[in-house]
Design a protein around this ligand. Structure first.
Ligand SMILES: [Zn+2]
Length: 120
């Protein structure tokens, strides 16, 4: 009887060790992806800063104006969450929701505010 109990315990131990090893591998993969995302984010932030500084130097635009535009873009999905949501946008003329990728409102034909060139 003792030998069966020992075999059962050994099987559970091996199973737990395998699960721990799998979790460690998954954590390492996730950490690698996080590092890559942080690198991409930092690179994009650097590009945005360079673009904004060039625009400010070449135009009369101000930090307040870009802050207002950021808020306006953020609110296009109706939620002030400091995120750009790829999804339905509200037509500024008729107020109806239009799906992503449309340059004109499907209902009234008004041009849609948005940056489709940045949408995937
Ligand atoms: Zn419309």
């Amino acid at each position: 009887m003792n030998i069966f109990w020992n075999m059962n315990q050994r099987w559970h131990t091996l199973k737990a060790e395998k699960a721990a090893e799998d979790a460690k591998t998954k954590a390492n993969d996730t950490n690698f992806h996080l590092i890559r995302l942080e690198e991409r984010l930092n690179h994009l932030a650097l590009k945005c800063q360079a673009l904004w500084e060039l625009v400010k130097e070449q135009t009369q635009l101000t930090d307040l104006q870009i802050a207002e535009r950021i808020s306006e873009i953020d609110m296009r999905d109706g939620v002030a969450d400091r995120k750009i949501t790829q999804g339905r946008r509200k037509c500024s003329d008729c107020g109806r929701a239009v799906g992503p990728g449309y340059t004109q409102c499907l209902f009234c034909g008004a041009p849609m505010n948005g940056a489709e060139i940045f949408e995937p």
